[in-house]
Design a protein around this ligand. Structure first.
Ligand code: MSP
Length: 524
């Protein structure tokens, strides 16, 4: 049998100067929904997330707290890992840049890069954005009044002796690659932005920094220099799979990131790979297939900031989970987040609105009606399997319809799951089983309608599961289905097999239970 295709999805690795907030949780949970979906579709998935630790701001934060960078990094890396696990992330690996496996790969790859002749020693003077750990070009710095274009923090003038990577030599190759591969930078508006900036000209980039203590990876060949944190960080995507058992995952299918770090991923990283790939033995180092840059979550209509008090931190995230449930938060992030080019808002009011509309009134209410009617009219048990009713055709049509998103992500599976639930509501409206049930001569008709509703819901549950794993598991338990164990190992390839009509056996019991998703009171 042929090996299944691989699917490698990464998230940014997050700075450990602080605890995770909603932005970090968003990217990792969207990647989780994608990873779960792709496993169920049958792909051999590698989903990785982790932490970026050798940043100057980690040292600064540790100094303020009177502790070592390592102890702060250990504590916050644990907070990221625990948070992601608590929120149901099924990442296959969690990388920390302070791990030996990573440092080894960084040294090897940077040595290969240096050996190409595209690395030279020079001097750099410019405006440094310590909050983003990057230099900002003079014109951009001026435009933003010498403050960080991303965070607003004041830029500092810095001059240092650095090793540089000759990025300028890769301009033509990058343009050619981006033009030949429209899927390489997504969404399209971001691709155009990058193309525009490359055409404005590429400056060489520092790959080491001098000074700043010894928190970092030493530059091979000149140990007085430390590798610049961004170069160190990007290489994590290779460290993760730098093992004979894992090389099959390269090139990555999706680097999922936000727009703030697109330049590093769509320009510097591919050029580094092109350069390092010239070394014999590195031929396998092709370019990632897609860099997908989503937008930002804002909160209560404004950019999140600690001083505005609208920062969605861990405490608020836990509060949302308490109030709405983990699946509802996951649903909100996967369907209402800033996945495209527009920023989106997160607030309690928005959560209430979406939870009520999609979950309480649609998914939960539909399941509740099916169970209640089955209890009332069929003593809780479905009768025989209906193989050729109208719902089967409708389900097949929804599932075979064209993809509604152009992303390499597969998030449109969720919309299909929701569309199936809406088909059930429509079918109940049309057939009015509660009316039919009044006529004892039409009992078989009621049984047929309810079988079709329950069976359609079963199929919908599989497509909704990547975002709603807890609640769909509850549905399966209540219907006597044992999908949970298989899916806990990824359930590879089960989506289509299990979506075939007729999975609910004759006589299946649908057990009563509390509402899947409670309705939340609104002010109006
Ligand atoms: N360490 C670098 C990334 C290195 S990757 C090789 C870094 N870390 S970060 O902690 O600042 O995380 C940035 C990422 O967090 C963004 O690209 C995005 O994925 C996520 N988000 C941070 N704030 C966000 C929002 N307000 N909204 C959505 N996502 C955001 O940059």
């Amino acid at each position: 049998m042929a090996e299944p295709d691989t699917f490698y999805i990464t998230t940014p690795i997050y700075y450990v100067n602080g605890e995770p907030h909603i932005g970090h949780v968003f990217t990792t949970l969207v990647a989780d929904v994608v990873a779960r979906t792709q496993r169920m579709r049958g792909l051999d998935v590698m989903f990785a997330t982790g932490t970026d630790e050798h940043a100057g701001k980690v040292v600064e934060a540790a100094e303020e707290l009177g502790e070592t960078a390592q102890s702060l990094a250990d504590r916050n890396a644990a907070a990221f890992r625990d948070t992601f696990e608590r929120l149901g992330s099924t990442h296959d690996d969690f990388i920390r840049t302070t791990q030996d496996r990573h440092k080894r790969t960084v040294r090897k790859l940077v040595a290969d890069l240096a050996a190409t002749g595209d690395v030279y020693l020079g001097e750099y003077e410019g405006w440094y954005d310590a909050s983003q750990e990057e230099y900002v070009p003079e014109n951009r710095a001026r435009e933003h009044e010498y403050r960080s274009p991303v965070t607003g923090r004041e830029l500092v003038r810095r001059k240092e002796e650095n090793y540089f990577f000759r990025l300028s030599a890769y301009e033509d190759a990058l343009l050619a690659h981006i033009q030949a591969h429209p899927e390489f930078i997504q969404p399209p508006a971001r691709r155009n932005e990058v193309l525009g900036r490359i055409r404005d000209g590429l400056n060489d980039v520092p790959i080491t920094r001098s000074g700043g203590g010894d928190w970092g990876v030493r530059f091979p060949g000149d140990e007085d220099h430390l590798i610049y944190v961004w170069i160190d960080a990007l290489i994590n995507y290779i460290s993760l799979i730098d093992d004979p058992d894992r090389r099959r995952f390269w090139p990555a299918d999706v680097h999922l990131i936000a727009k703030d770090i697109l330049w590093f991923h769509a320009v510097i990283w591919p050029a580094m790979l092109m350069a390092a790939g010239k070394t014999p033995g590195n031929e396998w180092l092709g370019l990632p297939r897609t860099v997908y840059a989503h937008s930002f979550f804002i909160s209560e209509g404004q950019k999140m900031s600690k001083s505005l008090g609208n920062f969605v931190d861990l405490e608020k995230i836990d509060g949302f989970v308490q109030t709405f449930g983990l699946d509802a938060l996951r649903w909100f992030l996967a369907t209402q987040g800033p996945i495209g080019t527009v920023d989106s808002d997160i607030s309690e009011a928005r959560l209430i609105e979406v939870c009520n509309a999609d979950l309480a009134n649609t998914v939960g209410n539909c399941w509740n009606r099916i169970v209640n009617m089955t209890q009332r009219y069929l003593e809780g048990r479905l009768r025989e399997v209906v193989t050729d009713g109208p719902m089967r055709t409708r389900v097949e049509a929804v599932l075979a319809g064209p993809a509604t998103d152009a992303l390499p992500l597969g998030l449109d599976d969720l919309s299909r799951g929701l569309a199936l639930v809406r088909e059930i509501d429509g079918f109940i409206e049309e057939t009015q089983p509660f009316r039919v049930a009044k006529d004892p001569a039409r009992a078989a008709e009621v049984a047929s309608i309810l079988y079709q509703c329950a069976e359609t819901f079963r199929i919908a549950s599989l497509w909704l599961w990547p975002a709603l794993p807890g609640k769909m598991q509850e549905v399966w338990e209540r219907a006597g289905l044992d999908y949970g164990a298989t899916l806990a190992d990824g359930g590879r390839g089960k989506r289509d097999a299990w979506s075939a009509w007729g999975g609910l056996a004759a006589g299946s019991e649908l057990a009563k239970g509390p509402p899947l998703f409670p309705r939340h009171p609104t002010d109006s």
